[in-house]
Design a protein around this ligand. Structure first.
Ligand code: HMG
Ligand code: MG
Length: 301
């Protein structure tokens, strides 16, 4: 059995929406975040301070975060944001960010497509970002993408993931999120990857970030939890996909993880009913039904 309490990091407003082709109003994103907050999500990744030429959907990052931080009281969730470089850090800090996440990959080809540099260059780029963020009292998470497979290179060796995770850890990231970007992991490959990474970074500082392309994400979450991982990223309604990972589906649905853990007696602090309502609400905004069995099963008749 794994940890008795887990932290769910809601990434719907960022990972979930970044790939949507039609513009989504900032007010809709803010309402989504307010609903997620009301459901009890303790951490909500709000947006990405990336280039609007690369990801147009996140172009309203400054306005969105500034509004959120203005209304953030003591009971507010944490609102981390993605930051790829110093330009992004400056803009995030100006908007009031208290937490950021840098992101690279275990695959050279994906790294190049996603952030236009090599893995080594990304680490060199992050060093001053992390240093300045920490000097400002801002917590830093590090993402590693393609921890099992890459859309361009195929299978990725666990040691390659461990190397990048270790480098981010040594640069000062205090949590490392392991992204199965294209959802090709199965419990055995996730376990081998985690064993390699946990030799470099403490297990309780790791997070699982599993996309659900093949419907394996819940199984992978259970496998990682049994090994001691206590933080999982998820997206309400199973929204999402990465613009630089063609064919990849959304993250594991938040309501699936809340259902899973609460039924197993593992505390999440998140209320399922308002979460399912939110999955239906945001899916309706996007003109579809939620991409999750739990949301379908618990739909209000
Ligand atoms: P580049 O073109 O190499 O950078 O992009 P550049 O420094 O040459 O700048 C190009 C232009 O972008 C310039 O504007 C810059 O000012 C501007 P111009 O002079 O042409 O008008 N620019 C920026 N604007 C706003 N904010 C910034 C910024 N930086 C430069 N921070 C760059 C390099 C990293 C910027 C670009 O590749 C980029 O933004 N990539 C982001 C890609 C992205 O967001 N991907 C999705 C998130 S990652 C993900 O989904 C995976 C994850 O979920 C985990 C998993 O599932 O595996 C986290
Ligand atoms: Mg992702």
């Amino acid at each position: 059995r794994g940890p008795e309490r887990v932290t769910i990091v809601e990434v719907g407003p960022r990972d979930g929406l970044q790939n949507e082709a039609t513009p989504i109003a900032t007010a809709t994103k803010l309402e989504l975040i307010a609903r997620l907050r009301a459901a009890g999500l303790p951490v909500i990744e709000a947006t990405a301070f990336v280039s609007p030429k690369w990801v147009p959907q996140m172009a309203d990052h400054a306005e969105l975060l500034a509004t959120l931080m203005r209304d953030a009281d003591a009971a507010a969730p944490r609102y981390p944001v993605l930051v790829p470089n110093l330009k992004g850090l400056d803009a995030a800090l100006a908007a009031g960010a208290r937490e950021i996440a840098v992101f690279t990959a275990a695959s050279e080809s994906f790294c190049r497509k996603n952030i236009n540099c090599s893995i080594q260059e990304s680490l060199e780029r992050f060093a001053p970002v992390i240093e300045r963020a920490r000097a400002a009292g801002v917590a830093v998470r590090g993402y590693v993408s393609c921890v099992v497979g890459c859309p361009y290179e195929g299978a990725i060796a666990p040691q390659a993931v461990a190397r990048v995770a270790k480098a981010l850890w040594e640069l000062g990231c205090r949590e490392i999120s392991l992204g199965d970007t294209i959802g090709v992991g199965t419990p055995d490959t996730i376990e081998r990857m985690l064993a390699a990474v946990a030799a470099e970074v403490p297990m309780d500082r790791l997070a699982g970030h599993f996309h659900d392309t093949y419907g394996m994400a819940v199984a992978n979450v259970v496998a990682a939890w049994q090994m001691g991982v206590a933080t999982f990223d998820a997206s309400v309604g199973g929204l999402g996909g990465c613009p630089y990972a063609p064919g990849a589906a959304g993250n594991v649905a938040t309501e699936a993880l809340v259902y899973l853990f609460e039924r197993m007696g593992v505390a999440t602090g998140v209320a399922l009913e308002p979460l399912v309502d939110t999955a239906w609400w945001i899916s309706a905004q996007l003109g579809r039904t939620p991409n999750s069995r739990v949301a379908l099963a618990l739909a209000r008749k």
